[in-house]
Design a protein around this ligand. Sequence first.
Ligand code: PGA
Length: 257
Amino acid sequence: MQKSFTMDRRTIIAGNWKMMLGANEARELASSLAKAVGEVEHTEVIIAPSPPVLTQVIDAVSGTNIKVSAQNCHTEQKGAFTGEWSAELLAEIGCTHVIVGHSERRKYFHESNEFVAQKALAAFRAGIIPIACIGETLEEREAGETFEIISAQTEAILSALSKEQLPKLVLAYEPVWAIGTGKTATPKQAQEVHEFLRGIIAKYDEDAAKEIRILYGGSVKPENVDSLMAMPDIDGALVGGASLKTESFARIVNYEA
Ligand code: PGA
């Protein structure tokens, strides 16, 4: 049985395809997922392909319940920003979500907390939902700075949003040391941070703290999804590697918790 049937917050399972697939592979995976999980209702299923194949993936899952997210967007609506794209463009082609502040963007493209917050705002401006990622590195965890780091990352975003936008935000806690490493946070470690995050949100708006979906990400796979999803404050998963195969992603979507 899926937890979404028993809780107010509908769970989300999102697949972040990163830069892992070519165009044919992306189309094939989208078509195969449309058959495997296209009818699922207990959970919101979202996939995030690379920009050049977004429209093809949107076509491949049209008529199903699967939603399509981008992996990034710019803060501005229009302008001389070669190589970038706006949240408005994403909305226009049929994306419903956009991932902002993934740790790979923070690390390799030097995105600051403030810039990520502006991207979340840009998504709302365009009428799509930001999936905002936060998370500490191994060094930060070992130095006992986890809560300080994720507070700063989260508050930058929360303080930028309006009261109406706040409950619609999706947060993804992704400890950097668990991404693509095969090393998952234990359900207890993840729950501890998720509960802490809900406390931060409550400082801004108590109702929003109950409504916001907080996903866990970092080596989520069929073998560990059930125990993670059993935690009261884990409302879903942002999945990298295990989202690239229909079988494993479908098993994660149909988690048992
Ligand atoms: P992973 O990636 O599941 O491969 O660890 C998660 C992510 O980066 O969103």
